[in-house]
Structures are given as C-alpha cells and as structure tokens.
Design a protein around this ligand. Structure first.
Ligand code: HEM
Ligand SMILES: *[C@@H]1O[C@H](CO)[C@@H](O)[C@H](O)[C@H]1NC(C)=O
Ligand SMILES: *[C@@H]1O[C@H](CO)[C@@H](O)[C@H](O)[C@H]1NC(C)=O
Ligand SMILES: *[C@@H]1O[C@H](CO)[C@@H](O)[C@H](O)[C@H]1NC(C)=O
Ligand SMILES: *[C@@H]1O[C@H](CO)[C@@H](O)[C@H](O)[C@H]1NC(C)=O
Ligand SMILES: *[C@@H]1O[C@H](CO)[C@@H](O)[C@H](O)[C@H]1NC(C)=O
Ligand SMILES: *[C@@H]1O[C@H](CO)[C@@H](O)[C@H](O)[C@H]1NC(C)=O
Length: 401
C-alpha cells in the first residue's frame, strides 16, 4: 500500500455504507432473538455517569455538523441539538476505497435507549431517572423497542416496523402527532394548524413578547432571562391561542402534563436543562440558540448538578387552574376529559401513567415475546416506577395511529 490516509467525510450518499457496518455499542445480547427477520437487542440501563459537575459543552470531539437531507430531525430541540453534535445518533463507518481508508461520520437522527441516556448525561447532565423516563415513553410509543431504535423525526428506513407489523406498516418516529407529540407547543404549530415538526418563527416571536414583558434583566440586557412568570405567561398564551385556532385542539392528561412540565417531561427543561450551568440563567441568546439553531450557544456550560426536573411545573399548574385535561368539541368549545378511573386518579403522576399506557402505548405490545417482551417490560417498569401508581398497567392503546 503506497498511501494510507484518514479522511473525514460527512456526505450523505455514503451513509448507506455506514449503516451496513455494525454500530459501536455495548449493550450485550446474551441470547439471539430473531423475529420477522429482525434481530432483537436487549436493552440495558447504563450506569449513572460518575462525573457530575459542570463543564463546557460541546467538547472538541462533538462539533456541530448540519443534518443532511435524509437525516431525521423533529420537534424536540434537545434531541436535535444532541444529534447535530453527535452526542446521540453518531455512527462511524469505515470504507476502504483504493488506497484510502475513509472514516465516515453520520448524524442520522436514529438513536437508542442507551444512547439517549448517555448523551443527555454527557451533554446536559441529566440524571438517569429523568432521561430513562423520557426514553422509555418515546421508545414505547414511537420507536421499535425490539431492535432498540427510534427516529427523532419521521419515518426512517433504518427503523423497521415492529415485528409482525403489530403497530402498522411503519414505525413513525417522535414527530408523529397523537401519542407524545401534541398541541400547544412553544415553537411548533399544532398539527391541525401547520407544521408540527419544525421551528416556527411566528410562535417564537410570540413567546419572546412574553419574555420582553416578564423576563428578568441579565447579561444580554433588560428582560432577557427566562423566569417562572415568563414560563407561566408563555404557556397561557400557547394554550389560549391554539384552543381558538385549532378546531381539533386536544390536551389529554399526558399532554397537559408535558406542557406544564413534570419530572419526566419537557417544559421545565427550558429553565433547568438549557440554562448556563455556571450562572443558572436561561437567557434569550441561549434558548434561541437551542430552539432556532439547534446548537449549543458559544461558551455554554452544562448544569452544575444532575438535573432531575425542577419544582417549577407545580407552580405553572397552580397558576393556570382553568387548564385541565380536555379537548375542543365540534363547536370549538373546550370541554374537560373525564377523570381516570380509581385507583389511577390518586395523583397527576399516576393519572399520567394511566393515560400513557391506556391511550398512547400500542396495546399489541402487551402480547410480545422474548427480547421484545423483556424490553417492553423494562420500559413499562421505568414509567410505572416513576408514576406513583400502585398497579402496573399493560399497554392498551390504539395501534397504527
Ligand atoms: C432529556 C432532555 C430533553 C429536553 C431538555 C427536552 C426538551 C424539549 C422541549 C423544550 C420541547 C418543547 C418544544 C416546544 O414546545 O416547542 C420538547 C419537545 C419534545 N421532545 Fe424533548 N426534551 C428532552 C428529551 C427528549 C427525549 C429523550 C425525547 C424522545 C426521544 C423527546 C421527545 C420530544 C417530543 C416528542 C417533543 C414534542 C412535544 C410537543 O411539543 O408536541 N424529548 N423537548
Ligand atoms: C406558524 O405559526 C403561526 C401562528 O400560529 C401560524 O399561523 C403558521 O401557519 C405557522 N406556520 C407553519 C409553517 O406552521
Ligand atoms: C444562529 O445562527 C446564525 C448563523 O450562524 C447566527 O447568525 C445567529 O446569530 C444564530 N442565532 C442564535 C440565536 O444563536
Ligand atoms: C456562562 O457563564 C459564564 C460565566 O460563568 C460565562 O463566561 C459564559 O459566557 C456564559 N455562557 C453563556 C452561553 O451565556
Ligand atoms: C422531581 O424529582 C425530584 C427528586 O426525586 C424531587 O425533589 C422534585 O420535587 C420533583 N419535582 C417535581 C415537580 O415533582
Ligand atoms: C378517584 O375516583 C373515585 C371513584 O370515582 C373517587 O371516589 C375518589 O374520590 C377519586 N379520588 C381522587 C383523589 O379524586
Ligand atoms: C422498579 O423499582 C423496583 C423496586 O425498587 C426495582 O426492583 C426495579 O428494578 C425497578 N424497575 C425498573 C425497570 O427500573
């Protein structure tokens, strides 16, 4: 061999070659389980990270690489940012081409249970209890928990349908409306109004009007720091405007909880996850960088202690008592949903678990076998353990929706 060089390529067409190579992953599978031509991967809860202080993120090993045309991105600014920097969905492939060895990097937007937990720990210092709950919810509802893969956007050729197509002919990805993705988001339209997947500048401008009115003063100027009052007014505005504009507006328990935020959902992340870890401030510049550019702001530090979820959500709920789980009727009038049956009405955490298992996790997952069953049971166990419920619920939601 005359020459031997290492070339870094970020070229979409070569991605196909990458994917043919085994992923670098360390979840061991002790028994081989093949179902419908797919090989199952036993999920393993990774250990908690040992280094739990603040540090500058990203490091040199995680540069921003803009997604290519076939890379998946979706409604979650955190997942998009982690994928753009290769904290998740990072794959290597090696291609031998004449005298060259090509090292190929890709950021496809396809990730796994373990990768979400490791990536959110490394980049955002998110505690495993919080990240495993988010990963479990999304893998059960919009991923393929047999092969341990999920798309952070739409349908991908790299995430096969569930074995036997027991949830329809495609696995959708997190951008699909109805199970987790829902109405009254901060920066994404309701699916019945517009684009529910990509950043919407009009919505963000409306959010920023609330910041200009209610925010704290900070290094970027007056009223540029997100505080509790700003989040409350943001939510009030998101809910009020979408209820009027979206004839099919719906905020079932699981969605209202996510809008308000809870320990395993998204809203309080604006304050506790995206804030600069050294100042604890979530500034307009920082949040805009995550939401609009899907990248870490310059000179950003992750949280100084593992993030579990803040106490803000309870305060948001208390400040907006008129917003209860419900939906618009055929006349566009907001009506409350019925309460979950006893004993699942003991707390909002337990009601949330009930709604998720009964209405969002496909019922066909109750009847799976082998590694598929082991994975589903573990993910359900994670949600159950965090719920405060006394009874485990088997998946019972509609399929192919
Ligand atoms: C762990 C750190 C995470 C943070 C900080 C975070 C943050 C956020 C935020 C702020 C939003 C709201 C965007 C908006 O309202 O415009 C959101 C939405 C969303 N996230 Fe995440 N997220 C995290 C983890 C995850 C994970 C692990 C998944 C799934 C794999 C996920 C799936 C979603 C989905 C489906 C939405 C859309 C909900 C909707 O607005 O309709 N998130 N996320
Ligand atoms: C963005 O949001 C505005 C306000 O709700 C809406 O009118 C518009 O249709 C949305 N645009 C897209 C592309 O969804
Ligand atoms: C987003 O990226 C553009 C182009 O690099 C840059 O000009 C802009 O300042 C960035 N905005 C934020 C909020 O980071
Ligand atoms: C985070 O805070 C440090 C000071 O502790 C500051 O140097 C840095 O610029 C801040 N980063 C951002 C993105 O605000
Ligand atoms: C989230 O969990 C932590 C630790 O379990 C707890 O201290 C905190 O009160 C919880 N926050 C909410 C809003 O439930
Ligand atoms: C739960 O529902 C039962 C039966 O309808 C009712 O008796 C009980 O008061 C409810 N509990 C709560 C906390 O709402
Ligand atoms: C749920 O909690 C029980 C009791 O603490 C524990 O034994 C089990 O491993 C937990 N399940 C999961 C999936 O974390």
């Amino acid at each position: 061999m005359k020459s031997f060089s290492l070339v870094l390529l970020v070229v979409w067409p070569l991605f196909i070659a990458v994917n043919g190579w085994p992923n670098i992953r360390d979840a061991p599978s002790t028994t081989v389980d093949i179902q419908d031509g797919q090989t199952g991967t036993l999920m393993v809860l990774p250990p908690r990270q040992t280094d739990t202080g603040t540090k500058r993120v990203p490091d040199a090993d995680h540069p921003f690489i803009a997604p290519g045309p076939n890379d998946m991105r979706g409604p979650c600014p955190a997942m998009n940012t982690l994928a753009n920097h290769g904290y998740i969905s990072r794959k290597y492939g090696v291609l031998l081409c004449f005298n060259y060895v090509l090292l190929i990097l890709s950021r496809s937007g396809i990730t796994s249970f373990e990768e979400i937990i490791r990536g959110t720990a490394e980049a955002f210092n998110i505690d495993r209890d919080m990240s495993s709950g988010m990963a479990a919810l999304n893998l059960l509802t919009r991923g393929n928990p047999f092969v341990d893969k999920i798309s952070i956007g739409g349908v991908s050729p790299f995430v096969p349908p569930l074995p036997g197509q027991i949830d329809g002919p495609e696995t959708q990805g997190i951008a699909k409306h109805g199970r987790v993705e829902g109405d009254a988001s901060m920066t994404r339209s309701d699916v019945h109004i517009g684009d529910n997947r990509n950043f919407n500048q009009t919505l963000w401008d409306m959010d920023l009007e609330q910041l200009a009115e209610f925010g704290d003063d900070g290094p970027d100027g007056p009223a540029t720091v997100f505080n509790l009052q700003t989040l409350i007014e943001l939510k009030r505005q998101n809910l009020e405007s979408d209820q009027v504009l979206d004839p099919e507006f719906a905020i079932p328990i699981r969605r209202l909880n996510a809008v308000f935020g809870s320990n395993v959902t998204d809203t309080d992340s604006v304050a506790s996850v995206f804030a600069n870890g050294t100042t604890k401030q979530a500034t307009k510049r920082i949040i805009s960088s995550f939401f609009m550019n899907q990248t870490f702001p310059e000179n950003w530090f992750r949280a100084a202690a593992p993030v579990l979820g803040s106490s803000i959500p309870g305060e948001i709920t208390a400040a907006l008592p008129q917003w209860v789980p419900g939906h618009n009727d055929e006349n566009g009038v907001f009506v409350a949903d019925p309460q979950p049956p006893a004993p699942f009405n003991i707390s909002s955490g337990c009601a949330n678990y009930w709604d998720t298992l009964v209405n969002a996790v496909p019922g066909t997952l109750a009847d799976v076998t082998g590694i598929f069953k082991q994975n589903v049971d573990m993910l359900n166990g994670i949600l159950f353990n965090a719920s405060g419920c006394s009874e485990l619920i088997a998946p019972a939601g509609p399929t192919n929706v």
